[in-house]
Structure formats: structure tokens, C-alpha cells
Design a protein around this ligand. Structure first.
Ligand SMILES: Nc1nc2c(ncn2[C@@H]2O[C@@H]3COP(=O)(O)O[C@H]4[C@@H](O)[C@H](n5cnc6c(=O)[nH]c(N)nc65)O[C@@H]4COP(=O)(O)O[C@H]3[C@H]2O)c(=O)[nH]1
Length: 744
């Protein structure tokens, strides 16, 4: 270079300088380029991050140009080329739900006029699948004009459909929980209260503040033991659910029964186990159910099992008896003349009698046996594990004896009533409940027919008897119109002066189909069927007509005694009939006597007294028939306006026989006491001179019986009366009586 001319050196230096400068420029350019690239990359990365976060957050980017009123929505995708931008005129944006658009515009107005710090709106837009989606859009101004007005807003919008749906669900659930009639309590895994609804408060009396954090056992009741509650908790822990009935205790200490359903859930945030306890108060429902069950199975009047429960227990008892090879009995019990008492004394008294009967029955048979009321005055007693039929009969007898003492209705009232009992045995008489019941019923009917206040064991022949009863009743309906009835008359002797003082009219039925049917058979049937009212009226009229005839034939001082059934006294207007018949026949009232059985009068004493007074006012005499067979005391009789007492034949039979008889003592006492009450005493069924002598000696007023005469037809009786009148007899202890006057 030293050899080079200086011009060349200079040129070289310039060239080198230029080169150096060019190199520097290139290097600077490259650096700038690199910096620019780095910057761009950083920007792109930022943008990509932004894009990714927008994409990941599933938000839409939007911009709104307020001047052009143009809305641009961009659904950001990870890759820029996939971005989907849509530009619309906001006012005509059909993607916004027409109902929500006014709201969106309102919100926008609020924001641009400074009313809000941020544009915020929730509205529906049409989604890609053609379904409305709820969007939550936020945005802020990104450009303003020279006077500061917002010209462009940008922001994001997010699909909140599912959030809103969940919120809605939560709101509804909350609303439901608050308005539910069922109590809802949420308890944690340790069974401590976490939340309760208002129904819980209503039901338990505890406010939420009283129980939150406390152990669920604070509402446990003493009705169920600890073990029960423990068991339900265990089940819940192991199976995640439990349902059943649970007694709980209110804050005020009262217990209530709940139908409870426990279900385990997992708390969404904490993942902790919780239990939701839904409970409804079923105390009332249970009470009503129990009442209904009670009504279906028990008789509300007496609290005894009814027919339904009896049938059930009978079936079970039969199954047991069959398995054990044991015997059982069904006693069918019906109160004698209950219908009359009920009709005359009123249903309130009838009800009290039924209650007292139920109580007495239960007392007699004990709690171990089922006593049921199966309707009206019908009761049954179920006796299990019997040694034999005799045991059932002994029980029936105990029942009958127990009813000898009057039933106490209240502090002031008592009533005497007797039962008739039919007995059927398993397996002897029947194998199924219905047959056992039917046969016991049949036997009971027979017991009634046999004179009441007794019991009978079922026998096959009874079914025939029942059929006969039915045909007899049918035939009885026509007796009056067919003229099948007639009266016979049995004279009564006045011991003091040997006069015939009275005759008793006795009814006879000669049926073309059944022949002569004794009154002991057909009178109960007539009473049962109510036919006795018309038949009795016929008897009364016939007897008075006969007496009127006799009076015309010169027999004018004889009393006509007519039997009157309880049914007539209590169910018909007998007083009016008597008055009418007396008027029609011209018989003086003081020549008529009505005979009523003792049991009827006693059972209905108060009511009967009232009716009897009417007859007494008319001048008609009243006799108490069959005295001694019932349960009345003379003191009780004093309350009745009666004139005559007829001592039952059962007491007369033994009179006059050697040795001290109890009947003789009773008879003499009855005579003395009756006289002290001013009553005339008539002895029935006097068959021997000894009996008559005894009665004469002890001051009995009158006698009636085969010794004097059996019942006679009206003509024969007239002759008897005339003969007697024409040949007055003095009755002495030896008596004039014709022993030939044998039974008819
Ligand atoms: N062994 C025996 N018996 C004697 C003797 N003297 C009379 N008798 C019978 O004893 C019954 C007396 O009648 P009662 O006690 O009123 O008992 C009557 C009466 O309660 C009822 N009865 C009869 N006629 C009527 C009536 O017209 N209306 C109503 N409601 N009942 C009547 O039927 C019952 C039975 O009447 P009867 O069969 O006629 O039976 C009559 C009579 O024939 C005797 O010395 N020895």
C-alpha cells in the first residue's frame, strides 16, 4: 500500500469507510428488523394469548360503532384465519331476541350518557343451532370524538345460558324449599343442622337460629328409644338413604309423628356429605287412619269389636283351633224385649242399656275372650280352648245369672233385662265362621221361643224349627181375617166368699195347616212380628163382646181379665183402643182388667207407669202376671199403678205339700206384702185342694187353676158362671171344688 499512489489509498480508505458504513447500516437495519420482528412476535404472542384466553373463556369479542350504528361480533378461534366476524346494524339485529333488544339499547344509552361505569347487559341472542342463548355482554368505550362522546365501544360477551339455567334452578329450588309444606332440614355428616326451611319451623317450633349447628337429636321424641334413632342414622350412613316414620318432639315438648325421607347429597363446592331430611307431619293422618280403622272394626257405642272384627277373629280362632285340635264356642246373645224398651224409653236409654250390657258381658267373660256387638241388641262371645260344650253352657249360665241384677244406667236409673243365648261349637256344629254364627243365631231364636232368659245349644233339628217359625208367622198374618182365632175363658174364684170374681180370656189358634198351635208358641211370634197389635185388639174386642153377652144373660159382676203383650202396651195406642172397645160393647171399665207380665213392667217401669196411669184413670184394673218369675221387688211394684198381683204357678206347685218349702215362705210373704200395698192377690195354676187350702189359710184373695176349672169356651163358661151363681158355694179349707174339673 506504501507503493500505491496516495489517490489510490484515499479511494481505498473511502471505499472501506463506505463499506464500513454500509455494514453498519446493514447491521443497524438488521437489528431494527430483528427488533421489529421481536416486537411483532411479542405482539402476536400477546394477541395469541389474548385470543386463546378469549377462545378458552368462550367469550365473543364485539365492537360497536355508535356513529355508524354497526355492531361487529367476532367469535375468536385459536387460529386467526378461523375468526368469525359478523357485522350488523344494531337496531335491526335479528340475532338479539326482540324482547331483549329494547333492554340492550337502554343499557347502552345508560352507559354512553355516563349513567354506568361499564356497559353491561344480559340478553338472548340466536345461537348457531337456532336456539336462543343467554349472553352476558360487558364493554367500555374505546374511542371518543373530539368533544369526548363515545364513538366506539368494545367488549366481550359470554354465553351464560347454563349459568342462568343453574341459577334459575337454584332459585326455584330455594323457592320450593321455602314454600314446601314438608319440613326440609339439611344436616351434615355428623347430623348437625346446616339449614332448615320455614315448614320445619312451623312443624317443630324451632327457628333456624335455634337449631343450626346443633345435633339433629334435639328433636328426637321419647316415643321411640335411642336405638331406633341410631339405627336410622346407621342406615343413612351406609346406604345413603332412609325412609320411615319417626316420632319427633316440638320445641314446646309436644310429640308429632313424621313420615321422613333422608337422602345423602354431596355439597357441590366442598364435596362434603350432607343429608337432606324431608319430613311431613302425619300425626293427624295417622289419627284419622286409626279412627277409620277403629270405625271399621269397632262399635262406637259400646267400644266392642263389631261384626267385621268378629269375623276376622273368628277365622283366626278357627285356624288356631284346627291346628291345635281344640274346641271353641260362639255364644249369640240377644236382649229380651229390647225393641220394646227402645221404642218406649227412647233411643238414648236404649243406648245406655247396650253400653251397660257390653260392660257386664265383658266383666262376666273376662278380657281373654272376644265380646262383640254385631248389631242392635245382638252380642257374641267367642270362647276358645274349651274342654267341651259344657264349659260354653256354664259360661252362658253365668251370663244369664249376671243379668239377674238390674243394669245400672246412671246414678238414678236401673233396668232389668235378660238375655237369650244360642251356642254353636267348633268343630261340632260348623267349620266356617258364617255357619258358626248362623247356628248360634238359630239356637238363640230357639232359646227365645223356649221362654227367653235361657240358653240353648245348637242342634240340627233347630233349622227345621226356624222354618216352622217362618211359616207360622206367615200363617199368623191371616188369622184374624180368616177367623182362625177364638177365646177360651178360665174362671177365678174369690176365696173369701166363694164367688167367681173374674175370668181370664185365653187365646186359641186353630190353624188349618198347623192344627192347634199353643199360645206359648204363637204369641212370641206374633210379638216379634208386631202382629200382636192387631191380634191383641181382636182379643180385647172379642173378650168385651163376650162379657157384654154374659151381662145380658145376667152375669154382671165378673171381671174380664185380658192378657196384653208388652208390644201392645208400648207400641200401640192401647188406651184409645180400650176406650173405644168399652164404648162399643158397653162394658163398664171397672169390669175390665189388663194383665201384663212382670218382666215387661219392670223393664219399662217408668214408661209403663205412665201408660198404666191412663188405664187406671179410665177405671180399668191392672194385673201383674207371672209374679215371682222376674226380678222385681214388691217395693219396686209399689211405684206402678197396679191393682192385682198374680203369683206364678211355679210357686204354687209345691204349696200344701208336707215339709217347709221355700215357695210356701215366698208365697206367704208375697201375699202379706201385696196386701200391705193394697193389691189383690190371685194364685195361678192351682191344681190341688191342698194348694187352695194353703192359699185360703194365708189370705190369698183369688185362685185360678184346673182345680176350679180349665179354660172353657164362651158358652160353657157362661153356663159355668150361671150354675155357680145359682148354687153359691162356700169355700172352706176342704173346698167344694169339683176334682173332675180337669185340664181342657
Ligand atoms: N198346668 C196348668 N196350667 C194352667 C192351670 N190353669 C191355667 N193354666 C194355664 O196357664 C196359663 C195362664 O195364662 P197366663 O199365665 O196368662 O199365660 C198365658 C199368656 O201369657 C199367654 N196368652 C194367652 N192368651 C193371650 C192373649 O190373648 N194375649 C196375650 N198377649 N197373651 C196371651 O199365653 C200364656 C199361656 O196361655 P195358655 O196356654 O192358655 O195357658 C194358660 C192356662 O191354660 C193349671 O192349673 N195348671
Amino acid at each position: 500500500m506504501l507503493d500505491m499512489p496516495s489517490s489510490h489509498v484515499l479511494a481505498l480508505l473511502v471505499a472501506l469507510l463506505v463499506l464500513a458504513m454500509a455494514g453498519m447500516a446493514i447491521a443497524g437495519h438488521r437489528r431494527r428488523e430483528r427488533e421489529q420482528r421481536d416486537h411483532l412476535r411479542a405482539m402476536r404472542e400477546r394477541e395469541q394469548r389474548l385470543r386463546l384466553s378469549l377462545w378458552a373463556s368462550n367469550e365473543i369479542y364485539w365492537q360497536y360503532d355508535l356513529e355508524k350504528r354497526e355492531l361487529e361480533r367476532t367469535r375468536v378461534e385459536p387460529d386467526l384465519s378461523d375468526d368469525l366476524a359478523v357485522q350488523v346494524d344494531l337496531d335491526k339485529d335479528h340475532q338479539i331476541h326482540p324482547e331483549d333488544l329494547p333492554l340492550v339499547l337502554d343499557r347502552l344509552r345508560e352507559y354512553v350518557t355516563g349513567g354506568t361505569q361499564m356497559f353491561l347487559s344480559e340478553h338472548r341472542i340466536m345461537g348457531e343451532g337456532g336456539q336462543w342463548q343467554w349472553m352476558r355482554a360487558r364493554g367500555r368505550a374505546i374511542a371518543r370524538n373530539e368533544i369526548g362522546h363515545v364513538t366506539r365501544i368494545a367488549g366481550t360477551a359470554r354465553n351464560v345460558t347454563s349459568i342462568r339455567e343453574k341459577e334459575r334452578e337454584r332459585r326455584i329450588a330455594n323457592e320450593v324449599m321455602h314454600n314446601m309444606a314438608e319440613s326440609v332440614a339439611v344436616v351434615d355428616a355428623e347430623f348437625r343442622f346446616v339449614a332448615v326451611n320455614p315448614a320445619f319451623t312451623r312443624m317443630s317450633g324451632y327457628e333456624a337460629a335455634d337449631v343450626i349447628g346443633k345435633d339433629g337429636s334435639i328433636i328426637n321424641s321419647d316415643q321411640q328409644d335411642e336405638a331406633f334413632y341410631e339405627k336410622s342414622r346407621d342406615a343413612m350412613q351406609q346406604q345413603g338413604c332412609w325412609s320411615g316414620e319417626m316420632w319427633q318432639k316440638r320445641k314446646d315438648g309436644r310429640d308429632f309423628l313424621c313420615a321422613v325421607q333422608f337422602n345423602a347429597i354431596v355439597e357441590p363446592g366442598s364435596r362434603k356429605r350432607l343429608y337432606v331430611v324431608v319430613a311431613s307431619d302425619i300425626t293427624d293422618r295417622r289419627r284419622i287412619e286409626q279412627e277409620l280403622r277403629y270405625l271399621a272394626n269397632y262399635d262406637t257405642l259400646t267400644n266392642l269389636p263389631n261384626r267385621t272384627l268378629l269375623a276376622e277373629r273368628l277365622s283366626r280362632a278357627i285356624v288356631r283351633a284346627r291346628r291345635q285340635g281344640s274346641r271353641m264356642a260362639l255364644l249369640f246373645l240377644d236382649l229380651d224385649r229390647f225393641k220394646d224398651i227402645n221404642d218406649s224409653l227412647g233411643h238414648a236409654t236404649g243406648d245406655r242399656i247396650l253400653r251397660a250390657t257390653a260392660q257386664r258381658l265383658q266383666e262376666v267373660v273376662g278380657d281373654g275372650h272376644t265380646v262383640a256387638r254385631i248389631g242392635g241388641d245382638e252380642f257374641t262371645v267367642l270362647l276358645e280352648d274349651l274342654s267341651g260344650g259344657d264349659e260354653a253352657e256354664r259360661c252362658a249360665q253365668r251370663i244369664i245369672d249376671a243379668f239377674d241384677a238390674p243394669l245400672r244406667l246412671d246414678d238414678r236409673h236401673e233396668i232389668a233385662i235378660s238375655p237369650s243365648i244360642g251356642i254353636s261349637l267348633f268343630p261340632d256344629h260348623a267349620q266356617v265362621p258364617t255357619d258358626l254364627l248362623k247356628h248360634a243365631d238359630t239356637a238363640m231364636y230357639q232359646a227365645k221361643a223356649a221362654g227367653r232368659r235361657t240358653f240353648l245349644r245348637y242342634a240340627d233339628a233347630m233349622d227345621g224349627d226356624i222354618r216352622r217359625r217362618a211359616t207360622l208367622i206367615a200363617a199368623l198374618r191371616k188369622v184374624v181375617e180368616r177367623g182362625e182365632l177364638r177365646l177360651v175363658y178360665q174362671p177365678q174364684l174369690v176365696l173369701a166368699d166363694g164367688r167367681i170374681g173374674a175370668v181370664e180370656a185365653l187365646l186359641r189358634w186353630n190353624s188349618p195347616e198347623h192344627g192347634d198351635v199353643p199360645p206359648s208358641q204363637f204369641i212370641p211370634l206374633a210379638e216379634e212380628s208386631g202382629l200382636i197389635v192387631s191380634i191383641g185388639e181382636w182379643v180385647l174386642r172379642e173378650a168385651c163382646n163376650t162379657l157384654a153377652d154374659w151381662r145380658r144373660d145376667g152375669i154382671d159382676n165378673v171381671l174380664m181379665s185380658v192378657n196384653v203383650s208388652a208390644v201392645q202396651l208400648l207400641r200401640s195406642d192401647l188406651a184409645q183402643t180400650v176406650q173405644q172397645v168399652l164404648r162399643e160393647t158397653g162394658v163398664p171399665a171397672n169390669q175390665l182388667e189388663l194383665e201384663l207380665t212382670e218382666s215387661v213392667l219392670m223393664a219399662n217401669a217408668e214408661h209403663a207407669t205412665e201408660r198404666l196411669q191412663t188405664f187406671r184413670r179410665l177405671g180399668v184394673s191392672i194385673a201383674v202376671d207371672d209374679f215371682g218369675t222376674g226380678y222385681s221387688s214388691l217395693a219396686y211394684l209399689r211405684r206402678l199403678p197396679i191393682t192385682t198381683l198374680k203369683i206364678d204357678k211355679a210357686f204354687i206347685d209345691d204349696l200344701g205339700r208336707p215339709g217347709d218349702s221355700e215357695d210356701a215362705a215366698i208365697t206367704t210373704t208375697v201375699i202379706a206384702m201385696a196386701h200391705s200395698l193394697g193389691l189383690r192377690v190371685v194364685a195361678e195354676g192351682v191344681e190341688t185342694a191342698e194348694q187352695q187350702r194353703f192359699l185360703l189359710q194365708h189370705g190369698c184373695d183369688m185362685v185360678q187353676g184346673y182345680l176350679l176349672s180349665g179354660p172353657l169356651n164362651s158358652l160353657d163358661c157362661l153356663r159355668f158362671l150361671q150354675d155357680w151363681q145359682n148354687t153359691p158355694q162356700v169355700v172352706s179349707a176342704s173346698a167344694r171344688l169339683d176334682p173332675a174339673a180337669s185340664p181342657p
